[in-house]
Design a protein around this ligand. Structure first.
Ligand code: SF4
Length: 329
């Protein structure tokens, strides 16, 4: 997930934004010969993937706050299955820099297109909304804005500083794009002092060309490594069930821990639409448990692993004992 925010000043009508109508499903079939047939589109979800239905007073309050603050959330834009549970706990992941992403990843439900607006009032509204939410730990993400000179890094920095000022008791986790490997833009974000730097690997190296075609496996490793070298707690996540095999998962977990990543999330890939990549298999809860044990055995400090786990799922619990000013400058 590499995503961001919008507002009333964000004129959707003026955008050339369109949903990603690329048939990622056909691309997958061409690239994955001999790796088994994917599940059909109408495959019935196993019982362990049934999530809480949104509703209730706390859910409604979260919904109203997001609306009145004119913000986007990745919970909605990425069709997260945990929305009912998280919003009922009065937690949400705000997505900054608009709701139109310049990348077209094969798994992601966020709109792909060419954004034309930059909402410079957004950092203030994010900070005010998070102040009302009164979270001990907030996760903020963004869409990729590859058309901007700095990839949106200056808005990221302004957002982190505004939240720090308004919510001094809240630890801040940022789930950022890769800024196309322009490391001075990464430094702009890090200079603002988030507590946890999260950037998702999403999948194993062989599948990058269909899962996240504009990203690079090595570049993601380098980003995480650079943030760790500057003293930040780093975090990443993978989706399972999108076509990878067991050896590939194991090697990827080893590659990631070798660059100092401390927090890992593993969850089941779910297909947002017929145009997105197919699901290859349902990963059973017992397998997620085995990967958790494996991850802890090779050096991760925290592994959140389960069918419905997403980057920001129970992120407050994952950060316990790891932030405490670590990474602040
Ligand atoms: S897991 Fe993250 S993206 Fe999904 S609903 Fe919860 S906070 Fe939102």
């Amino acid at each position: 997930m590499e995503n961001a925010a919008g507002s009333d000043s964000f004129d959707a009508g003026s955008l050339s934004a369109v949903p990603a109508f690329v048939d990622h499903s056909a691309a997958a079939a061409a690239i994955l010969p001999g790796r088994g047939e994917p599940l059909p589109l109408n495959a019935r979800k196993p019982a362990w993937l049934r999530a809480k239905i949104p509703g209730g007073e706390a859910y409604q309050q979260t919904r109203d706050l997001i609306k009145v603050s004119r913000l986007h959330t990745v919970c909605e834009s990425a069709q997260c299955p945990n929305l009912g549970e998280c919003w009922s706990r009065k937690t949400a992941t705000i997505m900054i820099l608009g709701n139109v992403c310049t990348r077209g990843c094969g798994f992601c439900a966020v709109l792909t297109g060419r954004p034309t607006e930059l909402d410079l009032d957004e950092p203030r509204r994010v900070a005010e909304a998070l102040k009302v939410m009164n979270l001990r730990h907030a996760v903020i993400t963004s869409v990729a804005r590859d058309e901007l000179k700095d990839g949106g890094a200056s808005v990221w920095a302004a957002t982190i500083r505004a939240v720090r000022k308004e919510c001094p008791q809240t630890s801040i986790e940022v789930l950022i794009p890769d800024f196309r490997g322009r490391w001075h833009d990464l430094d702009t974000v890090l200079d603002a002092g988030p507590d946890i730097l999260n950037h998702n690997m999403e999948t194993v190296p062989r599948l990058h060309k269909i899962v996240r075609p504009q990203a690079r496996y090595d570049r993601t490793l380098e980003l995480l490594s650079r943030a760790g070298e500057r003293g930040f707690v780093t975090k990443t996540g993978l989706m399972l069930g999108i076509g990878e095999d067991q050896q590939e998962i194991e090697q990827t977990l080893r590659d990631i821990v070798s660059v100092g990543v401390e927090i890992l999330t593993l969850g089941q890939y779910l297909r947002p639409s017929a145009q997105h990549l197919p699901i290859h298999r349902w990963v059973e809860p017992a397998e997620f448990e085995r990967w958790k044990e494996f991850g802890l055995s090779i050096g991760y400090k925290v592994v959140e692993s389960g069918p419905l786990v997403r980057s920001s799922y129970h992120a407050d619990e994952q950060s316990d004992g790891l932030v405490h000013g670590h990474g602040r400058e």
